[in-house]
Design a protein around this ligand. Structure first.
Ligand code: FES
Ligand code: FES
Length: 124
């Protein structure tokens, strides 16, 4: 039911882990299943230098976060904010429809991490 690309990202997740002293951290939960995703950003001069994620969730959540981190690495914050779950799913070659809401976690986690970064910047 999963594409080869989804399986690849699920079995070999890119950028999984944590960043110590990250510039921004976003944690979101999926109301549907209770799964949780945390996204860590390292931002320098408005560019996402590094990104890591931790997902306590299903295979689709792992694959979409893995793909999402690849899409935002090296991008500006503005570009990263424009990444939608639809785009991530497209890049993965599609997801079964009952798994689409899993992909929303990645989009939300990225936005939450950027928001966290901006709030930290402001308070400095
Ligand atoms: Fe929870 Fe997919 S089942 S994120
Ligand atoms: Fe679990 Fe989509 S959130 S199946």
């Amino acid at each position: 039911m999963y594409t080869e690309k989804v399986m690849d990202h699920f079995e070999n997740p890119r950028n999984s882990g944590e960043i110590e002293n990250a510039s921004g951290v976003g944690e979101v939960g999926n109301a549907k299943c209770g799964d949780i995703m945390r996204m860590y950003l390292e931002v320098e001069d408005g560019i996402i230098k590094d990104v890591k994620f931790k997902t306590f969730g299903c295979g689709a959540a792992v694959a979409t976060s893995s793909m999402a981190t690849e899409l935002i690495k090296g991008k500006t914050l503005e570009e990263a904010e424009k990444i939608t779950n639809k785009k991530v799913v497209e890049e993965l070659g599609g997801l079964p429809s009952e798994k689409i809401h899993c992909s929303v976690l990645a989009e939300e986690a990225i936005r939450a991490a950027i928001k966290d970064y901006r709030e930290k910047e402001k308070s400095q």
